[in-house]
Ligand binder design. Structure first.
Ligand code: FMN
Length: 308
Protein backbone atom coordinates (compact mmCIF):
# COMPACT_ATOMS: atom_id res chain seq x y z
CA UNK A 1 0.00 0.00 0.00
CA UNK A 2 1.30 3.43 -0.91
CA UNK A 3 0.06 5.98 1.63
CA UNK A 4 -1.55 9.19 0.45
CA UNK A 5 0.85 11.98 1.36
CA UNK A 6 -1.26 14.85 0.05
CA UNK A 7 -2.37 17.57 2.46
CA UNK A 8 -4.29 20.81 2.25
CA UNK A 9 -3.00 23.96 3.89
CA UNK A 10 -6.21 25.94 3.64
CA UNK A 11 -6.93 26.00 -0.08
CA UNK A 12 -3.37 25.10 -1.06
CA UNK A 13 -3.11 21.45 -2.01
CA UNK A 14 0.33 19.90 -1.59
CA UNK A 15 1.28 16.51 -3.02
CA UNK A 16 3.18 15.82 0.18
CA UNK A 17 3.67 17.75 3.44
CA UNK A 18 7.37 18.58 2.99
CA UNK A 19 8.38 22.03 1.72
CA UNK A 20 11.79 23.62 1.75
CA UNK A 21 12.16 26.67 4.03
CA UNK A 22 12.78 30.24 2.94
CA UNK A 23 16.40 31.32 2.72
CA UNK A 24 17.78 27.79 2.69
CA UNK A 25 16.78 26.79 -0.83
CA UNK A 26 17.53 29.86 -2.98
CA UNK A 27 14.80 30.25 -5.57
CA UNK A 28 14.53 26.49 -5.98
CA UNK A 29 16.18 26.38 -9.38
CA UNK A 30 19.67 26.16 -7.83
CA UNK A 31 18.76 22.76 -6.36
CA UNK A 32 17.90 21.05 -9.64
CA UNK A 33 21.24 19.18 -9.71
CA UNK A 34 20.42 17.57 -6.38
CA UNK A 35 16.76 16.56 -6.49
CA UNK A 36 13.59 16.53 -8.56
CA UNK A 37 11.76 19.73 -7.65
CA UNK A 38 8.52 17.99 -8.60
CA UNK A 39 9.00 15.56 -5.72
CA UNK A 40 8.72 18.38 -3.18
CA UNK A 41 5.44 19.23 -1.53
CA UNK A 42 6.51 22.78 -2.26
CA UNK A 43 9.32 25.27 -2.00
CA UNK A 44 9.44 28.63 -0.28
CA UNK A 45 11.54 31.30 -1.97
CA UNK A 46 14.12 33.50 -0.32
CA UNK A 47 12.41 36.57 1.19
CA UNK A 48 11.42 38.99 -1.57
CA UNK A 49 11.55 42.76 -1.05
CA UNK A 50 10.44 45.59 -3.37
CA UNK A 51 14.00 46.23 -4.53
CA UNK A 52 17.11 44.02 -4.61
CA UNK A 53 19.10 43.84 -1.37
CA UNK A 54 22.76 42.99 -0.85
CA UNK A 55 22.27 41.83 2.72
CA UNK A 56 24.78 42.18 5.55
CA UNK A 57 28.58 42.14 5.21
CA UNK A 58 30.47 38.94 6.18
CA UNK A 59 30.79 37.03 8.42
CA UNK A 60 27.16 36.09 7.92
CA UNK A 61 27.08 32.43 8.98
CA UNK A 62 28.73 30.47 11.78
CA UNK A 63 28.27 26.84 12.72
CA UNK A 64 27.11 26.12 16.27
CA UNK A 65 26.54 22.91 18.23
CA UNK A 66 23.69 21.15 16.41
CA UNK A 67 22.87 24.21 14.34
CA UNK A 68 23.96 27.42 12.71
CA UNK A 69 23.69 31.12 13.36
CA UNK A 70 23.04 33.36 10.37
CA UNK A 71 22.67 37.06 9.71
CA UNK A 72 22.31 37.14 5.94
CA UNK A 73 20.23 40.32 6.14
CA UNK A 74 17.66 39.27 3.56
CA UNK A 75 19.83 39.44 0.48
CA UNK A 76 17.57 38.89 -2.53
CA UNK A 77 17.02 39.76 -6.18
CA UNK A 78 13.88 41.80 -5.51
CA UNK A 79 10.33 40.91 -6.45
CA UNK A 80 10.52 42.26 -10.03
CA UNK A 81 13.52 40.12 -10.93
CA UNK A 82 11.86 37.14 -9.25
CA UNK A 83 8.74 37.55 -11.39
CA UNK A 84 10.75 38.15 -14.57
CA UNK A 85 13.65 35.67 -14.24
CA UNK A 86 12.79 32.96 -11.71
CA UNK A 87 9.05 32.35 -11.67
CA UNK A 88 8.66 31.53 -15.40
CA UNK A 89 11.22 28.74 -14.98
CA UNK A 90 9.70 27.51 -11.72
CA UNK A 91 6.30 27.15 -13.42
CA UNK A 92 7.65 24.20 -15.37
CA UNK A 93 7.81 22.12 -12.19
CA UNK A 94 4.79 20.47 -10.68
CA UNK A 95 5.30 21.75 -7.15
CA UNK A 96 3.80 24.52 -5.01
CA UNK A 97 5.83 27.73 -5.11
CA UNK A 98 5.36 29.86 -2.01
CA UNK A 99 6.70 33.42 -2.23
CA UNK A 100 8.24 34.64 1.03
CA UNK A 101 7.68 38.39 1.42
CA UNK A 102 9.65 40.95 3.37
CA UNK A 103 9.51 44.73 3.69
CA UNK A 104 11.00 47.45 5.83
CA UNK A 105 7.65 49.18 6.19
CA UNK A 106 4.01 48.19 5.95
CA UNK A 107 3.86 49.90 2.55
CA UNK A 108 6.71 47.73 1.29
CA UNK A 109 4.99 44.52 2.38
CA UNK A 110 1.87 45.68 0.57
CA UNK A 111 3.86 46.61 -2.55
CA UNK A 112 5.40 43.12 -2.82
CA UNK A 113 2.04 41.42 -2.19
CA UNK A 114 0.38 43.51 -4.90
CA UNK A 115 3.08 42.57 -7.38
CA UNK A 116 2.75 38.87 -6.60
CA UNK A 117 -1.05 38.95 -6.67
CA UNK A 118 -2.29 37.18 -9.73
CA UNK A 119 1.18 36.01 -10.83
CA UNK A 120 0.65 32.64 -12.45
CA UNK A 121 2.52 29.96 -10.57
CA UNK A 122 2.51 31.45 -7.07
CA UNK A 123 0.58 29.08 -4.81
CA UNK A 124 0.72 31.25 -1.70
CA UNK A 125 2.45 34.14 -0.01
CA UNK A 126 4.38 33.66 3.21
CA UNK A 127 4.77 36.95 5.11
CA UNK A 128 8.07 37.00 6.95
CA UNK A 129 7.08 38.97 10.02
CA UNK A 130 9.86 37.44 12.01
CA UNK A 131 13.35 37.97 10.60
CA UNK A 132 15.82 38.82 13.35
CA UNK A 133 18.63 40.00 11.06
CA UNK A 134 17.75 43.45 9.78
CA UNK A 135 17.59 46.73 11.58
CA UNK A 136 14.13 47.61 10.41
CA UNK A 137 11.19 45.42 9.65
CA UNK A 138 10.72 41.73 10.25
CA UNK A 139 10.96 41.07 13.90
CA UNK A 140 9.95 44.58 14.93
CA UNK A 141 6.54 43.89 13.40
CA UNK A 142 6.49 40.26 14.38
CA UNK A 143 7.23 40.69 18.06
CA UNK A 144 4.15 42.68 18.70
CA UNK A 145 0.71 41.18 18.12
CA UNK A 146 -0.84 44.57 17.26
CA UNK A 147 1.68 45.51 14.56
CA UNK A 148 1.74 41.96 13.19
CA UNK A 149 -2.05 42.16 12.96
CA UNK A 150 -1.90 45.53 11.18
CA UNK A 151 0.51 44.31 8.48
CA UNK A 152 -1.43 41.09 8.04
CA UNK A 153 -4.61 43.14 7.54
CA UNK A 154 -2.98 45.47 5.01
CA UNK A 155 -1.53 42.57 3.03
CA UNK A 156 -4.83 40.70 3.17
CA UNK A 157 -6.38 43.63 1.28
CA UNK A 158 -3.51 43.65 -1.22
CA UNK A 159 -3.82 40.09 -2.48
CA UNK A 160 -6.27 37.29 -3.10
CA UNK A 161 -3.50 34.71 -2.88
CA UNK A 162 -3.55 32.38 0.12
CA UNK A 163 -1.54 34.12 2.82
CA UNK A 164 0.62 32.38 5.39
CA UNK A 165 2.08 34.41 8.25
CA UNK A 166 5.48 33.30 9.53
CA UNK A 167 5.87 33.78 13.26
CA UNK A 168 8.87 34.70 15.37
CA UNK A 169 9.81 32.50 18.32
CA UNK A 170 11.43 35.52 19.98
CA UNK A 171 8.29 36.42 21.89
CA UNK A 172 6.90 35.81 25.34
CA UNK A 173 3.82 33.97 24.13
CA UNK A 174 3.65 32.85 20.50
CA UNK A 175 -0.07 32.15 20.82
CA UNK A 176 -0.74 35.89 20.89
CA UNK A 177 0.87 36.57 17.52
CA UNK A 178 -0.73 33.43 16.09
CA UNK A 179 -4.17 34.64 17.17
CA UNK A 180 -3.51 38.12 15.71
CA UNK A 181 -2.56 36.57 12.36
CA UNK A 182 -5.70 34.43 12.34
CA UNK A 183 -7.93 37.36 13.31
CA UNK A 184 -6.62 39.50 10.44
CA UNK A 185 -7.16 36.94 7.73
CA UNK A 186 -4.10 34.68 7.57
CA UNK A 187 -4.92 31.36 5.90
CA UNK A 188 -2.17 29.60 7.86
CA UNK A 189 0.63 30.30 10.28
CA UNK A 190 4.14 29.04 9.68
CA UNK A 191 6.49 28.62 12.61
CA UNK A 192 9.17 29.07 13.64
CA UNK A 193 11.71 31.49 12.28
CA UNK A 194 15.15 31.54 13.93
CA UNK A 195 15.98 32.31 17.57
CA UNK A 196 18.24 35.32 18.21
CA UNK A 197 21.71 34.39 19.44
CA UNK A 198 25.38 35.36 19.43
CA UNK A 199 28.69 33.53 19.04
CA UNK A 200 31.88 35.11 20.41
CA UNK A 201 35.37 34.85 18.90
CA UNK A 202 37.27 34.67 22.20
CA UNK A 203 40.70 35.58 20.76
CA UNK A 204 39.44 38.71 19.05
CA UNK A 205 36.92 39.37 21.80
CA UNK A 206 34.39 40.16 19.14
CA UNK A 207 31.15 38.62 17.95
CA UNK A 208 31.83 36.26 15.04
CA UNK A 209 28.99 37.73 12.98
CA UNK A 210 29.46 41.24 11.60
CA UNK A 211 25.82 41.87 12.53
CA UNK A 212 26.74 40.95 16.16
CA UNK A 213 23.66 38.74 16.59
CA UNK A 214 22.13 36.20 14.27
CA UNK A 215 19.32 33.69 14.00
CA UNK A 216 19.83 30.18 15.37
CA UNK A 217 18.43 27.28 13.35
CA UNK A 218 18.93 23.54 13.06
CA UNK A 219 18.37 20.58 15.41
CA UNK A 220 19.33 22.72 18.42
CA UNK A 221 15.98 24.50 18.18
CA UNK A 222 13.76 21.52 17.38
CA UNK A 223 12.27 20.85 20.84
CA UNK A 224 11.52 24.58 21.17
CA UNK A 225 9.82 24.65 17.78
CA UNK A 226 7.80 21.48 18.45
CA UNK A 227 6.60 22.94 21.74
CA UNK A 228 5.53 26.17 20.04
CA UNK A 229 3.71 24.20 17.36
CA UNK A 230 1.82 22.37 20.06
CA UNK A 231 0.99 25.62 21.86
CA UNK A 232 -0.26 27.29 18.68
CA UNK A 233 -2.33 24.22 17.78
CA UNK A 234 -4.35 24.86 20.91
CA UNK A 235 -4.75 28.57 20.14
CA UNK A 236 -5.89 28.86 16.50
CA UNK A 237 -8.06 26.95 14.02
CA UNK A 238 -6.12 27.77 10.84
CA UNK A 239 -3.53 25.25 9.63
CA UNK A 240 0.05 25.29 10.89
CA UNK A 241 3.17 24.72 8.82
CA UNK A 242 5.88 23.71 11.28
CA UNK A 243 9.65 23.89 11.11
CA UNK A 244 12.81 24.05 13.15
CA UNK A 245 15.62 21.54 12.96
CA UNK A 246 13.91 18.89 10.87
CA UNK A 247 16.59 16.52 9.55
CA UNK A 248 14.62 13.29 9.09
CA UNK A 249 11.11 11.94 8.65
CA UNK A 250 11.07 11.13 12.34
CA UNK A 251 11.68 14.78 13.12
CA UNK A 252 8.93 15.83 10.70
CA UNK A 253 6.56 13.44 12.46
CA UNK A 254 7.06 15.27 15.75
CA UNK A 255 5.64 18.42 14.16
CA UNK A 256 2.80 16.61 12.37
CA UNK A 257 1.72 14.82 15.55
CA UNK A 258 1.91 18.12 17.47
CA UNK A 259 -0.56 19.63 15.01
CA UNK A 260 1.26 20.86 11.91
CA UNK A 261 -0.45 20.03 8.61
CA UNK A 262 2.82 20.40 6.73
CA UNK A 263 6.48 21.05 7.52
CA UNK A 264 9.45 22.89 6.07
CA UNK A 265 13.08 21.80 6.10
CA UNK A 266 15.75 24.49 6.31
CA UNK A 267 19.24 24.08 7.73
CA UNK A 268 19.39 20.45 6.61
CA UNK A 269 19.53 21.67 3.00
CA UNK A 270 23.02 23.02 3.71
CA UNK A 271 24.10 19.55 4.88
CA UNK A 272 22.33 17.32 2.35
CA UNK A 273 20.67 19.30 -0.44
CA UNK A 274 18.38 16.42 -1.44
CA UNK A 275 17.09 15.83 2.08
CA UNK A 276 13.54 17.20 1.67
CA UNK A 277 12.77 14.46 -0.84
CA UNK A 278 14.26 11.84 1.49
CA UNK A 279 12.11 13.12 4.35
CA UNK A 280 8.96 12.76 2.20
CA UNK A 281 9.91 9.26 1.02
CA UNK A 282 10.77 8.08 4.54
CA UNK A 283 7.51 9.53 5.80
CA UNK A 284 5.70 7.40 3.26
CA UNK A 285 7.62 4.33 4.41
CA UNK A 286 6.84 5.08 8.07
CA UNK A 287 3.11 5.32 7.34
CA UNK A 288 3.13 2.27 5.12
CA UNK A 289 4.86 0.13 7.76
CA UNK A 290 2.12 1.01 10.21
CA UNK A 291 -0.74 0.50 7.76
CA UNK A 292 -1.75 4.17 7.86
CA UNK A 293 -3.44 5.15 4.60
CA UNK A 294 -3.02 8.92 4.70
CA UNK A 295 -0.66 11.34 6.40
CA UNK A 296 -3.71 13.45 7.24
CA UNK A 297 -4.76 10.75 9.72
CA UNK A 298 -1.87 11.51 12.04
CA UNK A 299 -1.96 15.33 12.07
CA UNK A 300 -2.54 16.60 15.61
CA UNK A 301 -2.95 13.13 17.10
CA UNK A 302 -0.38 13.64 19.83
CA UNK A 303 -1.54 12.19 23.11
CA UNK A 304 -0.28 14.65 25.68
CA UNK A 305 -2.03 13.03 28.60
CA UNK A 306 0.36 12.74 31.48
CA UNK A 307 1.38 9.25 32.56
CA UNK A 308 -0.39 8.29 35.77
C1 FMN B 1 20.67 31.09 5.99
C2 FMN B 1 19.22 31.25 6.34
C3 FMN B 1 18.45 32.22 5.69
C4 FMN B 1 17.10 32.39 6.02
N1 FMN B 1 16.36 33.32 5.35
C5 FMN B 1 15.03 33.44 5.61
C6 FMN B 1 14.21 34.35 4.87
O1 FMN B 1 14.66 35.04 3.93
N2 FMN B 1 12.90 34.45 5.20
C7 FMN B 1 12.34 33.69 6.22
O2 FMN B 1 11.14 33.81 6.46
N3 FMN B 1 13.09 32.79 6.89
C8 FMN B 1 14.41 32.65 6.63
N4 FMN B 1 15.17 31.74 7.32
C9 FMN B 1 14.53 30.92 8.39
C10 FMN B 1 14.16 29.52 7.89
O3 FMN B 1 13.23 29.60 6.83
C11 FMN B 1 13.58 28.66 9.03
O4 FMN B 1 12.46 29.32 9.57
C12 FMN B 1 14.58 28.41 10.16
O5 FMN B 1 15.89 28.24 9.65
C13 FMN B 1 14.21 27.21 11.04
O6 FMN B 1 14.21 26.01 10.31
P1 FMN B 1 15.49 25.00 10.27
O7 FMN B 1 15.94 24.80 11.68
O8 FMN B 1 15.00 23.76 9.59
O9 FMN B 1 16.55 25.70 9.46
C14 FMN B 1 16.52 31.57 7.01
C15 FMN B 1 17.29 30.59 7.66
C16 FMN B 1 18.63 30.41 7.34
C17 FMN B 1 19.42 29.33 8.05
Amino acid sequence: MTPDLSVEVGTVRLKNPVLTASGTFGYGLEFQPFLELAELGGLVTKGLSPRPRRGNPPERIVETPAGMLNAIGLQNVGVDAFLRDKLPKLRAFDTAVVANVFGETEAEYVEVCEKLDGAAGVAAIELNLSCPNTECGGMIFGNDAASLGAITRACRRATKLPMWVKLSPNVTDIRETARAAEAEGADAVTLVNTFVGMVVDVERRRPVLANVSGGLSGPAIRPLAVWMTWQVRGAVKIPIVGMGGIMTARDALEFLLAGATAVQTGTVNFVTPSSAVTVARDLSAWLSKRGIGSVREIVGTLDAGRAS
